[in-house]
Design a protein around this ligand. Structure first.
Ligand SMILES: O=C(O)CCC(=O)C(=O)O
Ligand SMILES: [Fe+2]
Length: 353
């Protein structure tokens, strides 16, 4: 959104200090930068990423999101995700639960499957609104390609640090394998004070590459009782670890709880938009620690309570279960809320209320 001056992020709200990682240095193999990335990925599980080289594509994605959300509701609803565990397509605000009481969320999404964007014009999963199709080649595919490159480089660091054979994580995110990986544009509508626009959750997949212009994203660091804002920094992406990578690493890499609330004053009445890419494992990959390939992982997994990192499902099944459980029309009381929130939720449930 070039040219639009946004109100500043305030100085007087609790704010998380994320480490800043220089992607150019990571790519060049800088050992100090790699160590800082490792600290970020194993402690908070969130970090800023600068010099990622995707700014132009990200701007295009914000435009695509705005064009799509401006379509008449009945047009968007032709591409709605439904209640069967699919996340590609349009999600209307109010289709997810924002809390355990079943309050409707206030975030609207347009998600495009990696496989549909890379395979365009062949339809691999589903079709999309005209505004997405019009930008599939000029915007969506280039953004997804950049995001795939960035996440692949970061996965390479995780292979090395975890003592895994080179290419382990890359082959779990192979371009020729079916995946739930997707791009997302979000419009979050204002909520009443104290209510989330998107419920507390850990991300389902492997690694998220997020772009914010306004505040509203909050993290709940382990051991903290207080939600902390993540301040958007121009040109910096926000990256975070998802549950699948926590499982594969036997808990070494950390997926942290986060949520969206209304932007803090003086940003509150400005409409909030985000753009993201979610790298997720091949749908057929079984979610379990790579204990046989790495003694570090074996050691860490052995310390965890029985079954914690062995959900006994594939990445595709895990993902569909969580999406189904997040949908308000599928609500069956507290149980379905819990099932939708992910791994960290099980540990920090009480704190997050
Ligand atoms: O909009 C944001 O800042 C975060 C979105 C998010 O957490 C998600 O879509 O999983
Ligand atoms: Fe998230």
């Amino acid at each position: 959104m070039p040219g639009i001056v946004l109100p500043p992020f305030p100085e007087d709200v609790p704010t998380s200090t994320l480490l800043v990682i220089d992607y150019a240095k990571i790519k060049a193999g800088d050992p100090e930068e790699i160590d800082t990335l490792w600290t970020a990925a194993t402690e908070l599980g969130f970090w800023y990423l600068k010099n990622h080289g995707a700014e132009e594509e990200v701007d295009g994605m914000f435009d695509m999101g705005a064009e799509t959300m401006a379509l008449p509701s009945e047009e968007k609803m032709k591409f709605e995700q439904g209640n069967d565990g699919l996340s590609f397509g349009y999600k209307y605000a109010g289709s997810y639960m924002a809390d355990h009481e079943g309050t409707p969320d206030t975030s609207e999404f347009i998600n495009v499957a990696r496989d549909d964007a890379l395979g365009w014009p062949t339809v691999r999963h589903r079709t999309y609104p005209s505004t997405v199709n019009a930008r599939m080649e000029s915007t969506v595919r280039p953004f997804i390609r950049k995001a795939v490159d960035v996440t692949t480089v970061l996965f390479g660091v995780f292979d090395k640090k975890l003592g895994l054979p080179e290419g382990t994580f890359a082959s779990l995110h192979a371009p020729d394998q079916e995946t739930t990986s997707e791009s997302r544009c979000i419009r979050s509508l204002q909520t009443s004070p104290g209510k989330a626009a998107l419920a507390p959750h850990t991300d389902f997949g492997s690694l998220s590459f997020l772009h914010n212009r306004l505040g509203g994203l909050q993290v709940l660091p382990v051991g903290s009782q207080e939600w902390q804002y993540v301040k958007p920094l121009p040109g910096h992406a926000i990256c975070n670890i998802g549950d699948a990578v926590t499982i594969f690493s036997g808990g070494i890499l950390h997926s942290n709880l986060h949520r969206i609330v209304s932007p803090p004053k003086p940003q509150t009445s400005t409409e909030r938009w985000s753009v993201a890419y979610f790298a997720r494992p091949n749908s057929a990959a079984v979610l379990e620690p790579f204990s046989e390939q790495s003694s570090l992982i074996a050691e860490s997994a052995a310390k965890a309570p029985e079954g914690k990192y062995n959900p006994g499902v594939t990445a595709g099944e895990w993902f569909a279960r969580r999406i189904r459980a997040a949908r308000l029309p599928n609500r069956k009381g507290l149980q379905s809320w819990d099932a939708g929130q992910g791994m960290e939720w099980q540990n920090q449930k009480l704190k997050a209320q």
